[in-house]
Design a protein around this ligand. Structure first.
Ligand code: G3H
Ligand code: 13P
Ligand code: ZN
Length: 329
């Protein structure tokens, strides 16, 4: 069953683990995520950005995401809109039966210019008012991440202010909140040593202990995966992500959802490059997409274990959006 992310995040928050939210654009990525979830018995969030929906012509990706849950009935799966930029985009996702949405009101509709606090509250509130009567979970964002990924991101960093976070949650009624605590999108997150603003996340969690926090830009960009890309003709110098132990350090402080996209991209690219270099005679896409899918499933299963998600699928009572409406009555 496709479930609202609220039930996954509330369970994760209560049991001090976090759920991986993995970005998808195609069938192989969705299958890899579900293979990992099924092997490790992990609840999972499969998410699509606006770019992903555009690339796949929406309905194709939505049907694949739906297939993920039909094929894995024992796994609670959420299909989530990542970085929704307006109420109109959210309405498109809702029409496609998404069970969870993010409205990224930290930036304007173009995704490039930071919004004011008031603009953020206004757009986020309009999405909450639209989604909650339908049982759909809403993630908001306060503060801005650095890094630019396919046009998403202003490039400017504004860490989340904990007092403003309290006010924001009160004014908007969001179910979960993406916080800016030093991560950024993409493969080049840090110029020097990676460092998260642990004090900020701790303070927000103390002030909002029942709110699931979300950490975007949570790819670890492991050296060994980047090395495969570079070994087989890629060029990713000085790529740096958030080490797993730093992700683990924020989980006890309310971070219940971590977003991972870049690591999947690197993993697949490395596996595909390897086939192209070692077996240049191959030209059937299955010959390189299969190893890419296998490498991705392995990487994601490792993350599910590291995030503490593994084994929790069975503990979560799967509910429909219809049943989720009662959360908001
Ligand atoms: O936060 C952004 C995600 O990494 C999605 O990236 O817009 O290139 O699909 P995308
Ligand atoms: P990464 O670029 O670190 O994978 O972040 C993904 C993300 O935050 C998607 O919303
Ligand atoms: Zn993001």
């Amino acid at each position: 069953m496709l479930v609202p992310s609220k039930i996954l995040l509330d369970h994760a928050l209560k049991n001090k683990y976090c759920v991986g939210a993995f970005n998808v654009n195609n069938m192989e990525q969705i299958q890899a995520i579900m293979q990992a979830a099924s092997e490790t018995l992990s609840p999972v969030i499969v998410q699509a950005s606006r770019g992903a929906l555009k690339y796949s012509k929406m309905i194709y990706l939505q049907k694949l995401m739906e297939a993920a849950s039909i094929d894995n009935p024992e796994i609670p799966v959420t299909i989530h809109l990542d970085h929704g930029n307006s109420l109109a985009t959210v309405k498109e996702a809702v029409a496609l039966k998404f069970t969870s949405v993010m409205i990224d009101g930290s930036l304007d509709e173009t995704g490039k210019i930071p919004n004011t606090y008031e603009q953020n509250v206004a757009v986020t509130k309009s999405v909450v008012e639209y989604c909650h009567p339908l049982g759909i979970t809403v993630e908001g964002e306060l503060g801005t991440l650095g890094g630019i990924e396919d046009g998403v991101g202003s490039g400017k960093v504004q860490l989340t202010d904990p007092d403003q976070a309290v006010q924001f949650v009160k004014e908007t009624g969001v179910d979960s909140l993406a916080v800016a605590i030093g991560t950024s999108h993409g493969a080049y997150k840090f110029k020097v040593a990676p460092k998260l603003a642990l004090d900020i996340v701790k303070t927000i969690h103390e002030k909002l202990p029942n709110l699931a926090l979300v950490m975007h830009g949570s790819s670890s960009v492991p050296e060994e995966l980047v090395a495969i890309v570079n070994k087989y003709g890629g060029k990713m110098p000085n790529a740096k992500g958030v080490p797993l132990d730093q992700i683990q350090s924020v989980i006890p402080h309310g971070v219940a959802k971590v977003n991972v996209d870049t690591d999947g991209r690197i993993t697949m690219t490395g596996a595909i490059r390897k086939v192209f270099v070692e077996q240049p005679e191959k030209f059937d896409p299955r010959d390189y997409l299969k190893p890419a899918r296998e490498a991705l499933a392995k990487m994601i299963a490792e993350r599910m274990k590291a995030f503490g998600t593994a084994g929790h699928a069975k503990e979560i009572k799967q509910i429909s959006l219809e049943e989720a409406k009662k959360f908001y009555e």
